[in-house]
Design a protein around this ligand. Structure first.
Ligand SMILES: Cc1cc2nc3c(=O)[nH]c(=O)nc-3n(C[C@H](O)[C@H](O)[C@H](O)COP(=O)(O)OP(=O)(O)OC[C@H]3O[C@@H](n4cnc5c(N)ncnc54)[C@H](O)[C@@H]3O)c2cc1C
Ligand SMILES: *[C@@H]1O[C@H](CO)[C@@H](O)[C@H](O)[C@H]1NC(C)=O
Ligand SMILES: *[C@@H]1O[C@H](CO)[C@@H](O)[C@H](O)[C@H]1NC(C)=O
Ligand SMILES: *[C@@H]1O[C@H](CO)[C@@H](O)[C@H](O)[C@H]1NC(C)=O
Ligand SMILES: *[C@@H]1O[C@H](CO)[C@@H](O)[C@H](O)[C@H]1NC(C)=O
Length: 486
């Protein structure tokens, strides 16, 4: 018996409830497509308000772009790693309310140079900090982010460190590293693909709070009431390995929505919330909806950008670096020139970090086109080249052991993500309402929302994050609930 039927039976036995009478098999109030941060928040919010909800997830696990896996002597995050800001964060609040300890992580850099020397940590961190805070005060006219940061940076150097102006090589090398840094933040291929005039807003509080040994996946267990073997939510059915291939919705008419899966199963509901990534929408929108999406939404899906940020994670027999530490790599121009073309991609790894959840693991950070390429390289090549890189930068004073194990993310190759997260590209000026348009529901002939859209990309100010995705799921759940049910 399904959880739902069990619950119905109990309600009916208790008397009065007519819930079971109206129930057809495979029929729900709401179907949620995709069980990442947006989908799980939407589904759990509706289920807690008593709605009969079906969650359909194509992959064999809940979490989407949050992916905690056992690795080394603990767990590592193949996807999202930190809670970015705490004030008003649904993610942070969920942890705190449930007494789950989350830990702030210091993300300042230890700096290593490509000739194996130690870089000027104080100076580099000061300059990075400056560049990052400049981003929060966008220019008045449209400008590419790299151009904007470089302009501000040069003025700052001029004023604060005029002697550095003589060291042209350092300035170039620092800015190249900063470009990579920004690409890891934005999932962009180049910082000049990103607009300086983004609508992104940072939440207050610490920017890098870690779920450490609990793993980010705990967020979903807490929402779904499955933490510590909790019983789940009685009116929520979850089906994994259920790829949705068609959503039929009433456009000129009224009635139910029908959702059809790859295995042929069909489910009906009053409405459906679609939470698949922008990458998946780009690839599938023309087959996924019947009738197809309005042209306005299609244009936005085509114009917006989702980029790539990927991790390569090595494990070692023993811990040999302090946990929770970031090591930034700065390439010297002459060292870069010595590299063969085949090894160019290693210059686009901007550093390594030791995760908070596993003391023996080490994460390499990459992004953009190189990230996509690394997803497809043979495993032994990735392992060998990342180790060469590590020894080049950090091997002078340290004997670096051989890794025992490797995992890497494949956020672009994965057909159910097709990218890591969205950023505001240079078209943001021409399509200022893009994210709102993407999130607009499709309504039936009487104006009732039938197909609703949530997900990271639809959040106006907190896109590209787990908390933004969660907020978007909550937003769409609330669209379906009378305010008395909050
Ligand atoms: C490497 C990496 C690092 C990141 N680091 C951070 C970080 O430190 N902090 C932070 O806040 N954010 C970070 N993010 C971003 C964050 O992970 C995402 O913004 C957020 O998790 C997106 O949630 P979502 O619900 O919008 O989408 P998703 O998590 O992608 O959920 C959508 C779900 O839909 C499913 N799906 C797709 N197609 C179908 C289909 N046809 N049928 C059924 N199901 C389908 C997918 O499998 C997926 O589970 C990171 C992301 C990546 C990739
Ligand atoms: C969290 O801890 C407080 C204080 O110990 C307690 O009152 C509360 O019930 C706990 N909450 C949960 C969800 O465990
Ligand atoms: C190596 O060790 C020496 C002596 O402790 C120190 O001066 C130097 O900065 C170290 N170099 C690196 C690359 O760690
Ligand atoms: C829906 O309505 C529009 C105009 O109101 C009409 O052109 C179209 O043919 C209708 N489509 C269907 C499937 O009925
Ligand atoms: C490293 O791990 C230990 C034990 O897991 C923990 O107590 C400590 O706070 C961690 N240090 C950092 C910097 O994260």
């Amino acid at each position: 018996m399904s959880e739902y039927r069990k619950w119905c039976l109990i309600l009916c036995v208790l008397g009065g409830a007519n819930c079971c009478v109206s129930t057809m098999p495979n029929s729900y109030d709401t179907i949620v497509v995709g069980l990442g941060s947006a989908g799980v928040t939407a589904a759990s919010t509706l289920a807690k308000a008593g709605r009969r909800v079906l969650g359909l997830e194509a992959q064999d696990r809940i979490g989407g772009r949050v992916k905690t896996v056992p690795f080394g002597d603990g767990v590592v995050e193949v996807g999202a790693e930190w809670i970015h800001g705490t004030v008003g964060s649904r993610v942070y609040q969920t942890a705190i309310k449930n007494n789950v300890t989350v830990l702030p992580q210091d993300l300042s850099f230890q700096v290593f140079m490509s000739d194996g020397t130690v870089g000027n940590k104080e100076l580099v961190n000061e300059l990075i900090e400056y560049c990052l805070q400049v981003v929060e005060h966008p220019p008045e006219k449209p400008e590419a982010l790299g151009t904007f940061i470089t302009r501000k940076f040069m003025a700052y150097i001029n004023e604060k460190h005029p002697k550095l102006l003589d060291d042209k090589d350092f300035i170039t090398e620092f800015l190249e590293m900063m470009n990579l840094f920004i690409n890891n933040y934005e999932a962009s291929n180049d910082w000049n693909d990103v607009s300086a005039q983004t609508n992104y807003e940072e939440l207050g509080g610490h920017q890098h709070t870690s779920w450490h040994r609990h793993g980010y996946k705990t967020f979903f267990d807490l929402l779904l009431n499955t933490y510590n073997n909790g019983p789940g939510l009685p009116t929520l059915d979850i089906k994994l390995n259920k790829e949705v291939t068609l959503i039929k919705w009433p456009k000129n008419s009224t009635g139910n929505v029908q959702v059809i899966c790859k295995d042929g199963e069909a489910y009906t509901a009053n409405n459906v919330i679609v939470t698949v990534s922008l990458g998946v929408l780009k690839e599938r929108h023309s087959h996924l909806f019947l009738p197809s999406l309005p042209q306005e939404k299609i244009t936005i899906i085509q114009k917006m950008s989702i980029g790539v940020m990927d991790k390569v994670i090595l494990n070692f027999e023993k811990q040999w670096l302090p946990n929770g530490t970031f090591f930034g790599f700065i390439w010297k121009g002459e060292d870069k020139k010595k590299l063969s073309k085949d090894d160019y991609w290693t210059t686009r790894i901007f550093g390594v970090s030791t995760p908070m959840g596993s003391r023996t693991a080490l994460t390499f950070w990459t992004s953009g086109d190189v990230g996509k390429m690394v997803e497809t390289l043979p495993e032994d090549v990735v392992k060998r080249k990342t180790m060469e890189l590590l020894r080049k930068f950090m091997g002078k004073n340290m004997t670096i052991p051989e890794p025992t194990d490797m995992i890497r993310s494949t956020w672009f190759s994965n057909p159910f993500t097709r990218g890591s997260y969205t950023y505001d590209n240079l078209l943001v000026h021409d399509y200022p309402n893009a994210r709102a348009t993407l999130g607009e529901p499709l309504v039936d002939s009487t104006g009732v929302p039938k197909v609703l859209f949530a997900g990271e990309a639809t959040d106006l100010t907190h896109f590209s994050t787990v908390h933004g995705a969660s907020d978007s799921g909550y937003r769409e759940a609330m669209r379906l609930l009378p305010s008395s049910k909050i």
